[in-house]
Ligand binder design. Sequence first.
Ligand SMILES: [Zn+2]
Length: 63
Amino acid sequence: MIKELIPRPKSVFLKIKCLKCSNEQTVFQRGSSIIRCTICDEVLVEPSGGKGKIKGEIIQTLE
Ligand SMILES: [Zn+2]
């Protein structure tokens, strides 16, 4: 029998606007590494206790 139920970890993606250059970028909130803006290299998400600390402006939450 084929297993159809694969446990999916609840992941949250955020659409963040860079405060420096206004670039909009979709990032994974629970990342364990620093996420930088692809345009200006500004830090958008900083790891903090398993949950990302958002440095930019959150535009949208995608679940
Ligand atoms: Zn930027």
